[in-house]
Write a protein that binds this ligand. Structure first.
Ligand code: ATP
Length: 552
């Protein structure tokens, strides 16, 4: 599919999401708030199902006695739910206070703000004027954007476009400025008419700040909304260890909101300022950590496939050594080819990082930095730790081997909103189905995995009379305690099927004239469109079984 089709596909998905009540812009009646999204009736069910699948597959359904395929040995899992606002020292020691920032530049003319690393461009000359045309577009969109910007700047008509002379290809603005090959005065900002309107880049911390207490004002009252859920798990490592009889290797899982004051939220919910994460910190023996890293990387990859994401659109990407954080021994990203990205580009769904003993040691000793290949406590100008740790012993004593060590950590960190978006994009299909008269009718269908589908089944009486509504209601009440079921008697059956297809409902049950005589109903499958007759009393078991095995 070419890029343009992909963009129109994305537009259709966004419009379906709004029209059917999956996702709305936050505070829409006041014009909306950039980077914030609300989940409507179908969206909240989809997102909850996704989080439930994750919790069930990673935590509550985990068999602690078995060795899962690829794992070095059996392991335990525990859950946690901790606060969004934590002691400010947490973020100083974790590195978020010092390091969690982006560089941004403002345009004095258009008042727009850009992430410095998102700006690229190329030199264009016409007659005696030479400018560096800056674009904030990425991938395939960047070149055409610079072309139209240059045409407008030089005041040319479309047929004069060939008169522009270009030097080289698209290059990052930041690198050219740093090397002195691009001067700010010769840059044409993405939304400006004049040259040289971009400010120098400024650092911008991505953490939202707040104040604690009624008399807030001093520096001691400053607090932050968490930018990740992971740190709460490290805060409770010892609590969980001391209270729940777990022993290494074990993992602690948490699902919760995180906040990042992203400079340029974009691409629907992909880059939001408030979002949910599903994170695991897995604590293991240092010698086994590489094997555990591989296990979690492969396990998490398989999870997306098992829930139906198209394999060809998923990518597992190991980071190169120069991309790794200073503490990380290995990191892999699970990425999806979202329709809003250029051909060949992928967006991150989840990162799986081998974090060594960085976090537990930092929170014990003080913020660590790498020096000569070693992690050491960073010193301030006074020679004291720059950010003090808790001083608490966060090591682990192995009763069997009688060894004491600081466990190594493997962190699979996923975003619930990005996963919902990937599943929505992947599920979106347009095809043709025969209508009641056998004529082809185009339909929009969300082919969501039954576990994820907001509604599992819709019960439709063919007509609103002759006892059909009563039998349909009986069946609805039988199904409701077991799965999300809906009763719908409004409109023609064809239109009711269409509504359910758009909502991603895997099964529709129709109660017709024959149902009243032999107590059988028609079960329609969303994807295959196969219709089969099933006894009313067999429906609950049949659908429960299909839901459990994931067969639609
Ligand atoms: P990116 O590079 O895309 O900003 P990241 O590497 O900073 O992401 P992590 O810090 O590894 O992301 O966070 C783990 C997961 O949390 C990501 O894989 C993603 O699914 C989710 N996530 C991070 N930032 C956002 C955001 N602004 N909006 C929605 N989800 C996010």
């Amino acid at each position: 599919m070419d890029k343009q089709n992909d963009q129109s596909r994305m537009d259709k998905i966004v419009s379906l999401a709004k029209r059917r009540g999956f996702i709305f812009q936050s505070s829409e009646i006041y014009g909306g708030l950039n980077g914030f999204w609300d989940y409507g009736p179908l969206g909240v069910a989809l997102k909850r199902n996704l989080k439930d699948c994750w919790w069930q597959d990673m935590v509550s359904g985990h068999d602690e006695l078995a060795t899962p395929a690829g794992a070095p040995e059996p392991y335990e899992m525990a859950g946690l739910d901790c606060t969004i606002i934590m002691h400010p020292q947490v973020w100083k020691v974790s590195g978020h206070f010092d390091l969690f920032h982006d560089w941004l530049v403002d345009c004095r003319e258009s008042k727009k703000r850009y992430r410095y690393d998102h700006l690229h461009g190329r030199f264009a000359s016409h007659r005696n004027k030479r400018v560096f045309v800056v674009t904030d577009q990425s991938g395939d969109d960047a070149l055409p954007h610079t072309l139209t910007r240059a045409q407008k700047f030089f005041g040319l008509r479309a047929k004069q476009i060939e008169e522009i002379q270009w030097e080289g290809g698209i290059e990052p603005l930041a690198a050219g400025i740093a090397a002195g090959t691009i001067l700010t005065a010769e840059t044409l900002a993405p939304d400006a008419a004049e040259l040289g309107t971009l400010t120098d880049p400024r650092e911008f911390n991505l953490m939202f700040e707040t104040r604690i207490g009624a008399l807030a004002g001093g520096d001691d009252d400053r607090a932050f909304l968490r930018p990740e859920t992971a740190q709460g798990i490290f805060m409770n490592f010892k609590n969980v260890l001391d209270t729940s009889r777990v022993s290494v290797p074990f993992g602690i899982a948490q699902i919760g909101k995180s906040f990042r004051n992203e400079i340029t939220p974009r691409n629907f919910t992909f880059r939001s300022r408030e979002f949910e994460q599903m994170e695991i910190e897995f604590f293991c023996k240092p010698a086994d950590s590489t094997a555990w890293y591989r296990y979690w990387r492969d396990r998490r990859w398989k999870w997306y496939l098992d829930l139906g994401l198209t394999a060809g659109k998923l990518q597992l990407r190991e980071h190169h050594a120069d991309e790794l954080s200073h503490y990380s021994v290995g990191t892999a990203d699970i990425e999806y080819a979202f329709p809003f990205l250029a051909e060949g580009e992928f967006g991150e769904l989840e990162g799986i990082a081998h974090r060594g003993d960085f976090d537990l040691r930092s929170h014990s000793e003080g913020k660590l930095v790498r020096q000569d290949g070693q992690l050491v406590v960073e010193q301030g100008v006074d020679g004291k730790p720059r950010h003090r740790g808790s001083g608490k012993d966060l090591s682990y004593f192995d009763d069997v081997t009688r060894e004491r060590y600081v466990p190594h950590v493997i962190e699979p960190s996923a975003g619930a909103d990005r996963a919902v978006l990937a599943f929505l994009c992947d599920a979106y299909h347009e095809d043709e189905v025969p209508d009641e008269d056998g004529k082809p009718r185009s339909r929009t269908v969300l082919k969501l995995h039954p576990r994820l589908a907001p509604l599992k089944v819709a019960i439709l009486p063919l007509v609103k009379k002759d006892g059909m509504p009563e039998l349909a209601a009986e069946l609805y009440r039988k199904l409701k305690p077991h799965m999300a079921a809906m009763y719908d008697e409004k409109g023609s059956v064809g239109r009711r099927y269409a509504r359910q297809d758009e909502a991603g409902t895997p099964w529709c049950i129709t109660v017709d004239g024959q149902s009243l005589t032999d107590r059988t109903v028609t079960l329609r499958d969303r994807d295959t469109l196969v219709q089969s007759r099933v006894a009313v009393d067999a429906v609950v078991d049949l659908l429960r079984d299909r839901l459990r095995t994931g067969v639609s």
